[in-house]
Design a protein around this ligand. Structure first.
Ligand code: ADP
Ligand code: MG
Length: 568
């Protein structure tokens, strides 16, 4: 099919384009970062495919990115000699949004530009950000390994549709040509483009080339030479010494690997030697992605072997409960031709996963245990964004259960708020004299848990109760019987023994009351014979006349409700 064809954008792309052009107007220069980021990904993909198929590199093995501009034509061109795109790939990748949950995401947009700008940033705009400064984009591309006649020209004005046409393209890879909007001429400058590259793309490990500029004494102006120079550091950021990397570079690199617009909450960068040799640069985002609960979503770790990109989303490198961690792991031991299947079995990978898990837990502990309020606040942010996911670790990672337990935060009767801020250590420090257990109440909501009649006696005695209302809580508790030797006890379970918290007079009074009501209890037992296993006088209530309790070894009411809801 050589003739030109016009195709419509996916509905979400149209929406994204409209919104982005308005909401990111104050942040225009990020278009260059996004397009360079894509060029770098394309080079990574080619280098990986070339491991098994050297012919893909043709006679052009040095991967690079070129940024040029044409003042007269008012265009900026970003070229790479990476993997390129076939016709089908261009249609799929530059006409639709591949991220899962895209539809749901767009239903969340409010129409309020400021709020939407923040959301869009979180979603990531990628290639389409070119339309912030361009009113037309031409993409000339050819997939590595296909003949020169199989080039593709994709073109769009960023409205409803794009055209696609077969072209001849001598070189493999992709040229993105931005035809600037009226009034965007400030970008037609070496100085301007160079400074944007240095600000956002210095961490890119490929050389980014621009034409040299020189002052011409006769013409009395700067002229652009044919000669190119590298304008970034062009070395893998994670392989550099920590002391040579600035905070800004770490942040920009995060945005590149995570496709996030916001700075990360925290990160850790280490070279590990010993049984397995690898470098890890791991980030905790500041905000949960909109698809955090998507079961098909893979992890956020890019795997490299000796600087060569191997794969995105190498889920074997991080346990599921740390799936929010983003970053790079570069192994010195794994073979270059490693596959997902090999990763699953590899001992090296197991060592890396264990080491990386410990690193992330230390990173979180540093925030949680810091005396610095800014750090502590970061932990609070982390907990609201990712706390529920971390809780999965209690069941999933037996080896680190104790460490994870210390990182847990709960709402509690100690505070009059649903904010989850109380740790087990906080709770233990406030335990009453004679109290040797940790009490908790579960419920579907904070209000329900807080108003549970089971709490009355605890309130009366001034004993704190943790209030657990997240979906995962009951499941998590089934893996956790105690914390540092202190048994975890549900306030809703039978035979609740606040024994050592009762004084002698109370005990005596309770015994007397029980014998006074013996007859009534017998009658009720008979009346409820097939409904209740046991009827007894209780002292756990102060305001309510009666309550139902679960047996010591039975599922709690809340868990039963959950299992029923799940159809079990
Ligand atoms: P993302 O980078 O998050 O996948 P983008 O919108 O930036 O999203 O890019 C969409 C897709 O278009 C990429 O995943 C890639 O498949 C393709 N693409 C974009 N730019 C290039 C390029 N320079 N070379 C090859 N493929 C590209
Ligand atoms: Mg991208």
């Amino acid at each position: 099919v050589s003739e030109k064809q016009t195709l419509g954008f996916q509905a979400e792309v149209k929406q994204l384009l409209q919104l982005m052009i308005h909401s990111l107007y104050s942040n225009k220069e990020i278009f260059l970062r996004e397009l360079i980021s894509n060029a770098s990904d394309a080079a990574d993909k080619l280098r990986f495919e070339a491991i098994n198929n050297g012919a893909l590199l043709e006679n052009d093995p040095d991967l690079k990115i070129k940024v040029t501009f044409d003042k007269a034509a008012r265009t900026i061109t970003i070229s790479d000699n990476g993997i390129g795109m076939s016709r089908d790939e261009a249609i799929a990748h530059l006409g639709t949004i591949a991220k899962s949950g895209t539809k749901e995401f767009f239903t969340k947009l409010s129409g309020d530009q400021q709020k939407d700008a923040a959301l869009i940033g979180q979603f990531g705009v990628g290639f389409y950000s070119g339309f912030i400064i361009a009113d037309k984009i031409t993409v000339n591309t050819r997939r590595a390994g296909t003949p020169a006649t199989e080039g593709v020209c994709w073109e769009s004005e960023g409205a409803g549709d794009f055209s696609i046409e077969a072209i001849d393209k001598a070189t493999r890879g992709t040229d993105i040509i931005l035809h600037l909007r009226e009034g965007e001429d400030e970008y037609l400058s070496s100085w301007k483009l160079k400074s944007i590259i240095q600000k956002y793309s210095d961490h890119i490990s490929l050389p980014i080339l621009m034409q040299k500029e020189e002052w011409d004494d006769e013409k009395k102006e700067t002229v652009i030479k044919d000669e190119f120079e590298t304008v970034n550091q062009a070395s893998a950021l994670w392989a550099r010494n920590k002391s040579d990397i600035t905070e800004e570079q770490y942040v920009e690199f995060y945005k590149h690997v995570s496709h996030d617009f916001e700075a990360p909450l925290t990160y850790t960068h280490n070279r590990v030697e010993g049984r397995s040799e690898y470098t890890q640069l791991l980030y905790v985002p500041a905000r949960a992605p909109f698809d955090l609960w998507d079961r098909n979503k893979r992890g956020g770790i890019k795997l490299y072997v000796k600087r060569v990109f191997i794969m995105d989303d190498a889920e074997q490198l991080m346990p599921v409960y740390l799936r929010f961690v983003k970053g790079v792991i570069d192994s010195a031991d794994l073979p270059l031709n490693v596959s997902r299947e090999i990763l699953q079995e590899s001992r090296d990978v197991k060592v890396i996963r264990e080491g990386s898990t410990k690193r992330v837990l230390s990173l979180l502990e540093e925030l949680a245990n810091s005396d610095d309020t800014a750090q502590k606040e970061k932990y609070a942010i982390f907990w609201t964004q990712f706390g529920q996911v971390l809780k999965e670790g209690v069941g999933e990672d037996a080896g680190n259960k104790e460490r994870i337990a210390k990182l847990l935060r709960f709402a509690s009767t100690h505070n009059d708020s649903d904010a989850q801020t109380v740790s087990f250590a906080d709770y233990i420090a406030r335990m009453k004299e004679g109290q040797d257990k940790i009490y908790y109440a579960t419920g579907e909501t904070y209000v329900a848990a807080k108003n549970s009649p089971h709490l009355e006696i605890f309130r009366k005695k001034g004993v704190e109760v943790l209030l657990l209302t997240d979906r995962v809580d009951e499941w998590m508790l089934s893996f956790m019987q105690d914390f540092e030797g202190k048994e975890l006890v549900s306030v809703a379970k039978g035979g609740l023994d606040l024994g050592s918290l009762e004084d002698e007079a109370e005990k005596k009074q309770h015994e007397e009351t029980a014998s006074d009501y013996k007859e009534l209890v017998e009658k009720m037992k008979a009346a409820l014979a097939d409904k209740a296993k046991e009827v007894r006088v209780t002292f756990r209530l102060t305001d309510s006349p009666a309550c139902l309790v679960a047996d010591e070894n039975e599922l709690s009411g809340n868990l039963l409700r959950m299992l029923k809801a799940a159809g079990q």
